[in-house]
Ligand binder design. Sequence first.
Ligand code: HEM
Length: 458
Amino acid sequence: MANPTPSTASPPVAERLRRSVVRTPLPPPDDRGRMKLVMDSLVLHLHPAKVARPALKLTYTFGLGGLLILLFLTLVSTGVLLLFAYTPSPDAAYQSMIALQTQVNFGNLIRNLHHWSANLMVVVALLHLLRVFYTSGFAPPREFNWVIGVSLLLLVVAANFTGYLLPWDQLAYWAITVGTSLLGYVPVVGDTLTRLLLGGPEVGAATLTNFYALHIAIIPLAIAALVSFHIWRVRKDRITLPREVDRPPDKTRVTTIPHLVSIELVYALVWLALLVGWASFVNAPLEEAANPAHSPNPAKAAWYFMGLQELLMHFHPLFGAIIIPGLGLLGLLSIPYLQQDMESAGVWFRSRRGRWMAGASFLLGVAATFGWVLADEYWLDWPGWLPFLPSFVSNGWIPFALLLLVLMGYYELAKKLGHTDCEARQALFTFLLAAFVTLTVIGIFFRGEGMALTLLGR
Ligand code: HEM
């Protein structure tokens, strides 16, 4: 077919109008104007130009995701400063901490800021996970971002754990010894994994080198990469809009500058002030120098592993250290892929009934866990009652099967009471959350000498 001959007709009216517009160049911005342009374009690289008004409500996100970014930036900047004073060798690490605290200007403040921000980050990451869970913020298309979030939580814990060893004091040495011993229970590859992480059969100079490399380079880089991906996904998928039951979300949009940015700025400044205030008065712990020959009594893991350590006191290690935590993690990762009730996205606790059920499940979970820990301490004796069975059956399979029966019964009960699948799953999650929190509290505050149950760890 022949090419159409180019048209010689004059361009359409709109085009002629566009061409006729005389573009008067803007006057060049002064220094303040230029600064504002740079800042605005930086903000608009990180945020969309407009955001939904309801997403600005502080009682929806509580700003927890933003707080995590602030804490990460604080950790990176204080961490870099700490590198100037710290020596990663067993002979010098402890002394370098003492010198940092006593001879370096603001050294103590910087260490305190780093320590407390790191611990706060574990708590805030968990709270952010709970906020997302209880508002169904993981519903499609955000399923994969939930998985990225769970990986971030694990990395935040790993960053804390590897940092714990660096001061090389008694607390650090023994908490890492207890913590890494859990890895040995992984079937088949447990010993190889432990040796790989420790760089030998026990915590020593090679462990410090390994943990140092993981702590200052590998884990922070992995967190930075995953956070960038996480935030990019939040921007693409947009944040789930909060709403009341039976009401569509308010979709009014406002400009990011100044509406969102001013809130973020005030929020960040308030948190920075609180952090600096706290770090000025409360010192990060530092005990005597590590002594591999003298184990403290009780020898406890870091606080975020106390729930696991407590679980190990009631189950055979294969179940306490591997099967139960492994299934817990698998369950957490699969939450967004289970059948979803899309109606509940953005509604706190799915519904009014869901809220009541979640509250009741939490209280029940706390009471049941306390009751079970007491019963196991003073009455239950599976291996003694069933001496003919191997201990991984009497103290593993049997209590584990009972636990599964209780959980299945609870789920069915929630459904019999008229709750939807989604609300029943929320009830189960809340029950398990309460159990984990209770085990952690018991481990931290109610275990004393020889890990016996005592009042407030005495
Ligand atoms: C270093 C850790 C993390 C950072 C810096 C981070 C940052 C953020 C930010 C800034 C948002 C926007 C809304 C908000 O502030 O709530 C967000 C949303 C989200 N986060 Fe995270 N997050 C982290 C960890 C997690 C974890 C542990 C989970 C869950 C397992 C998670 C899952 C999600 C999901 C699914 C959304 C979208 C929620 C919605 O649309 O309502 N994040 N995150």
